[in-house]
Design a protein around this ligand. Structure first.
Ligand code: SF4
Length: 466
C-alpha cells in the first residue's frame, strides 16, 4: 500500500497520519497476522525486554514482507528471538506463559536489562559535566574538548526504535538510566564557561520527534545567547529514514525548515547527522523529498550507521549506500562498530570482519564517498578506528588509531593489538607487546578525575561524530 502521493511539482506530499505500532497493537498489522503464532509470540517475549516501536511508514514502505523474517528492516524494527541470550529468553518466555502480573513482568525485564550493560563506555559515571558552582548537568555529556551533547527531555523517544540501539535504556522506562534536560539555561551557562566548545550536538532519542515549536525553544535560545565560539549545531536523527514527512508534509514541517534556515542564516553551520542503516531507507520518494527540503535550508546532511549482522554486514551494500548518499547530496561520515550493550551478541560483527567490510566497500567507491571513516568503536577512551591487520615479524597484529580521544594527544597515533579474529570490542583485545595499551594509564587518571568533576560521549549511533 502506498501511503500517499506527490501533491505538486515541488515534491510536496499530502500528510499521512503517523501511526505507531508497539507490543500492544503490533498484531493488528495485516502482514504480522500472516506470521505464525510462534513468531508473533517471539516478538512479544523479546519486546518485553528490549524497546519495540515501529510505524506505518516503516511497515508499508521499507519492509519487504515477502522477505520476512530475513528482511533487514524487519530485523531492524521487530524484536527477534536471538536478540536475547537463551537464558534471558526463557526467563521472559516463562513469565509470559505463566501469565504473571504486569508489575512482575516489568521487574523481570529490568533484571534482565541490567545484565545487558545498559550504559556502555561509562556514560553515567564519567560523562556528566558540571557548572562552576558544582551543579551537575545530567542532560548533557562532554567528553571531547570541542563538542557537547545535549539531551532535550522531550526528545527522548524516536519515530521507531532500532533493535540494536545502545540508547535502549532510555526507551524502556528505566528512569534512573535516562539522560534528559528540560531547560537550556544551564546549557548556555556551561557553554559560556567553556569557550573551547564549538559544537553542540542535539541527541536523544531523536530530537526530531519534537514539534518544531519545542525544538525552536531550545535552538532559538542558543541563537539568542549569541555565543561567540559556537560554530556548529548538530542534530543526530533518524527521522529522514523513519518518518521523512517530518520535513515535507507534517503540520509543522515548514516551521521546522524555517528553524533550520534561521540557524544557517546566522552563519552557524547546521549539520544534520542522519542515521541510515540500509540503502532501502534512501529509496522512497518521501525520503528523497525530505532530503531536498533539509538541504534547501543550507543544512548539510552527514550520514552514519553501525555495521550490523543481519542488517548490513556486506561490503557491496555499504558501497551502494555511500554512492546513493553522495548522489542525493549527503556526506558519508561514519561506519561504527556496534556497541557493547543490549543485543550486541546478535548484531555484533568481529572487528576484523568489520574492517574487511569497510575496506572492500571503500575500494569500490569514488573520492566523494571517501569522506567516510571507520570502522570506529565509541569506547571509554575515545573513538578507535580499526585500520587493518599487519605482520610484525612472524606474528599478525591488528592496527588501530584514535579518531577522537579523551586526551587529544592520543589521536592519530597508530597502535597494535594481538590478532584476534573473534574480538568484537576493544575490551576483547590485548596489547601486541606491552602489558597495557599506551593510553591506559592516562585514561585511568582522566576517569578518576572525571568522577570528581565532569566528562562526555558524543557517540550516539545517529548522533555522531562518535
Ligand atoms: S539508533 Fe537512533 S533512531 Fe534508532 S532507536 Fe536509537 S536513538 Fe532511536
Amino acid at each position: 500500500m502506498v501511503l500517499q502521493q506527490f501533491d505538486d511539482s515541488w515534491g510536496r506530499f499530502s500528510s499521512p497520519l503517523f501511526k505507531t505500532y508497539t507490543l500492544t497493537n503490533f498484531r493488528d498489522i495485516l502482514q504480522i497476522k500472516k506470521l505464525s503464532q510462534e513468531k508473533q509470540f517471539e516478538i512479544e517475549v523479546v519486546g518485553n525486554v528490549l524497546p519495540f516501536k515501529t510505524n506505518n511508514y516503516v511497515v508499508e514502505q521499507l519492509i519487504d514482507w515477502k522477505n520476512v523474517p530475513n528482511d533487514p528492516i524487519f530485523a531492524l524494527n521487530f524484536p527477534q528471538r536471538d536478540m536475547l541470550k537463551p537464558k534471558h529468553y526463557r526467563k521472559m518466555e516463562n513469565a509470559l506463559k505463566k501469565g504473571l502480573e504486569k508489575k512482575e513482568i516489568q521487574r523481570i525485564a529490568n533484571e534482565i536489562r541490567l545484565q545487558l550493560n545498559p550504559h556502555p563506555a561509562g556514560q553515567m559515571e564519567h560523562n556528566v559535566p558540571q557548572l562552576r558552582d558544582g551543579t551537575k548537568l545530567y542532560g548533557m555529556q562532554h567528553k571531547y574538548k570541542e563538542t557537547v551533547l545535549f539531551f532535550p527531555s522531550q526528545g527522548q523517544t524516536c519515530h521507531a526504535y532500532c533493535s540494536f540501539c545502545f540508547r535502549w535504556p532510555q526507551f524502556v522506562g528505566m528512569e534512573d538510566l535516562k539522560f534528559a534536560m528540560r531547560e537550556t539555561s544551564s546549557l548556555i551557562q556551561y557553554l559560556k564557561e567553556h569557550p573551547e566548545i564549538t559544537d553542540i550536538l542535539f541527541t536523544g532519542g531523536d530530537p526530531m520527534i519534537m514539534k518544531a515549536k519545542l525544538l525552536s525553544r531550545y535552538i532559538d535560545s542558543i541563537l539568542d545567547a549569541d555565543l561567540p565560539n559556537l560554530q556548529t549545531i548538530r542534530i543526530g536523527s533518524k527521522a529522514l529514514a523513519y518518518w521523512p514527512y517530518k520535513f515535507t508534509s507534517d503540520d509543522d514541517s515548514q516551521e521546522t525548515l524555517d528553524l533550520f534556515n534561521r540557524v544557517t542564516r546566522r552563519g552557524i553551520h547546521l549539520s544534520f547527522m542522519a542515521h541510515f542503516n540500509h540503502p532501502v531507507e534512501l529509496s522512497t520518494d518521501a525520503v528523497k523529498a525530505a532530503i531536498r527540503a533539509v538541504r534547501g535550508t543550507g543544512a548539510q546532511i552527514r550520514t552514519q550507521s553501525p555495521v550490523l549482522k543481519h542488517i548490513n554486514d556486506d561490503p557491496n551494500l555499504w558501497a551502494e549506500m555511500w554512492k546513493k548518499q553522495v548522489s542525493l547530496g549527503l556526506i558519508p561520515y561514519y561506519m561504527f562498530v556496534v556497541r557493547d550493550t543490549g543485543a550486541q551478541h546478535y548484531f555484533g560483527v568481529p572487528l576484523i570482519r568489520a574492517q574487511e567490510i569497510f575496506r572492500d566497500a571503500y575500494q569500490q567507491v569514488g573520492g566523494l564517498c571517501r569522506t567516510v571513516r571507520g570502522p570506529s568503536m565509541s569506547s571509554t577512551p575515545g573513538k578507535i578506528q580499526v585500520l587493518g591487520v599487519t605482520n610484525v615479524g612472524k606474528l599478525k597484529a591488528i592496527v588501530m588509531r584514535f579518531l577522537q580521544g579523551r586526551d587529544p594527544k592520543w589521536v592519530q597515533i597508530p597502535f597494535l593489538a594481538k590478532y584476534d579474529k573473534k574480538a568484537i570490542w576493544i575490551d576483547d583485545l590485548k596489547p601486541f607487546s606491552d602489558k597495557k595499551f599506551f593510553f591506559e594509564d592516562g585514561l585511568e587518571k582522566i576517569l578518576s578525575k572525571d568522577m570528581k568533576s565532569s566528562g562526555s560521549d558524543d557517540s550516539t549511533v545517529h548522533g555522531g561524530p562518535p
